[in-house]
Ligand binder design. Structure first.
Ligand code: LLP
Length: 435
């Protein structure tokens, strides 16, 4: 079974207390406090190796971790060690990658509204590829590259018109997407690049068909569309585009109801589609984010107040919620949890795990069967590695949690918990108010 098909980190041990990476979660809570993001290094490295193994027959595959899922310096370091490149979408992301010592030729810059400042910095850092998303950006990038006397290597992001069965908010590949060139506008942009934008060096095409994808067929269709389009462009314009970026999107298992395909199945869909068309595309980029980091991460919370409403429903409030994990509120995302200090308990009840934030929609998990929870118990929510910390906020002026990396019974802080002073450090009181 692939790691993305499992709910829990590979090192999870379920004795009296829950252990991950050889560390007792109750000890971690004592040492670092809660809420706490915990990342299991073995799970992270494990899925990286699965990706490499699954695509090993295709020598020119380039794995680019999608930093938007979770971008911290230690995580980047591990992925660099595992031989991954990086898909970035902001100066903040590629600066983190740069500062972590990565060779910037292994970095892509994606995004639908890159600023002039970001483009300048990316050119200065010699970023590997720009994925050009629209006409405005093509003109802007060409102009800035020309001013600097540079040529930018680019892919063109296209919308292949594939709809995958994921949550509506996170579909990006359909034709009314805000991302990329519609297939009907490709000729116009290619003509501009050929005739006017001489500081852009077109290398290939890019697409991304959505996130939390369970259907391998989507990738098969996507690859075929990309290959057909590349061969049409090559023939028609006498070009020799040789690169194709198929985006990210492989799903993970948040609850028992989720049935994501394995990495191997994904690889087979991609390579099958390649074989059928037999066009020489030496380089394929793939940009997984969620499937790389989700399963490696858990969030540990402490239970506090609880209340039973007249119809019998019981709420248990946690010390975190929508500010450290906005996904349930944003996407009705579902999660699996356990009481980390009560694994052997025999007394169960159905509860709703509520967040601490001032918003009725701040519910982490509805109606979950758990051992009877008392204040002070520790709740472990699984599969929070992706799009939790990266989408966290300071709503209600609450400090963002710390993050620790666990491996072989060792735990290391990789992101400090914010302090109250951190929360006010950018505030300014103008002199005229200081009376
Ligand atoms: N490449 C591109 C161009 C993307 O837009 C994305 C994700 C990825 C790669 C990585 O996709 P992944 O392998 O992680 O599915 N906040 C949402 C997910 C948004 C994904 C946006 N794009 C969530 O929490 O579900």
């Amino acid at each position: 079974m692939s790691i993305n098909q499992q709910i829990k980190p590979v090192t999870t041990e379920e004795n009296e207390n829950l252990r991950i990476g050889g560390c007792d979660l109750t000890e971690l809570a004592k040492r670092y406090g809660t809420p706490l993001y915990v990342i299991d290094e073995a799970t992270l490295r494990g899925i990286c190796r699965e990706y490499k193994q699954a695509f090993q027959d295709y020598k020119n595959i380039k794995m680019m971790y999608a930093c938007k899922a979770l971008c911290t310096s230690a995580i980047i370091k591990i992925l660099d060690e595992e031989g991954f490149g990086f898909d970035t979408v902001s100066a903040g992301e590629f600066y983190t990658v740069y500062k972590s010592g990565v060779d910037m030729s292994k970095v892509l810059f994606n995004g639908s509204n890159k600023s002039a400042g970001e483009i300048e910095l990316a050119l200065e850092y010699n970023i590997g590829r720009f994925s050009v998303d629209n006409f405005y950006e093509a003109e802007l990038l060409n102009r800035i590259a020309a001013q600097k006397g540079l040529t930018a290597d680019i892919l063109l992001r296209i919308t292949p018109g594939i709809e995958c069965h994921t949550h509506n908010y996170i579909q990006t590949g359909q034709t009314d997407s805000k991302f990329g060139f519609d297939l009907s506008t490709i000729d116009e942009i290619i003509n501009l690049i050929k005739n006017r934008y001489t500081n852009l060096n077109l290398k290939g095409l890019h697409a991304h068909i959505g996130s939390q994808i369970f259907e391998p067929k989507c990738y098969y269709d996507e690859v075929q569309i990309l290959i057909k389009e590349i061969s049409r462009i090559n023939e028609h314009y006498g070009l020799s585009l040789k690169e194709m970026n198929i985006g990210g999107g492989l799903g993970v298992k948040y609850t028992e109801a989720d049935t994501p395909p394995s990495v191997e199945t994904l690889a087979k869909a991609v390579t099958d589609a390649m074989q059928e068309i037999s066009l020489d595309i030496p380089t394929i980029y793939i940009e997984p984010g969620r499937s790389i980091i989700s399963t490696a991460g858990i969030t540990l919370y402490t239970a506090g107040s609880s209340k039973v409403i007249p119809n019998g429903k019981k709420y248990v409030a946690l010390d975190g919620g929508m500010a450290d994990n906005p996904r349930p509120a944003m996407y009705q995302a579902e999660y699996t949890a356990q009481v980390a200090n009560k694994l052997k308990s025999k007394e169960f009840e159905i509860v709703t795990l509520a967040g601490r934030y001032c918003e009725s929609g701040d519910i982490l998990i509805n109606d979950i069967k758990l051992p009877k929870i008392e204040a002070g118990d520790l709740i472990c929510v699984y599969n929070t590695g992706a799009y939790n910390y990266s989408m966290a906020s300071n709503y209600n002026r609450v400090e963002k949690p710390a993050m620790v990396l666990v491996n072989n019974s060792q735990s290391d802080i990789i992101v400090y918990r914010e302090t109250l002073d951190n929360l006010i450090m950018y505030d300014v009181i103008p002199d005229r108010l200081k009376k």
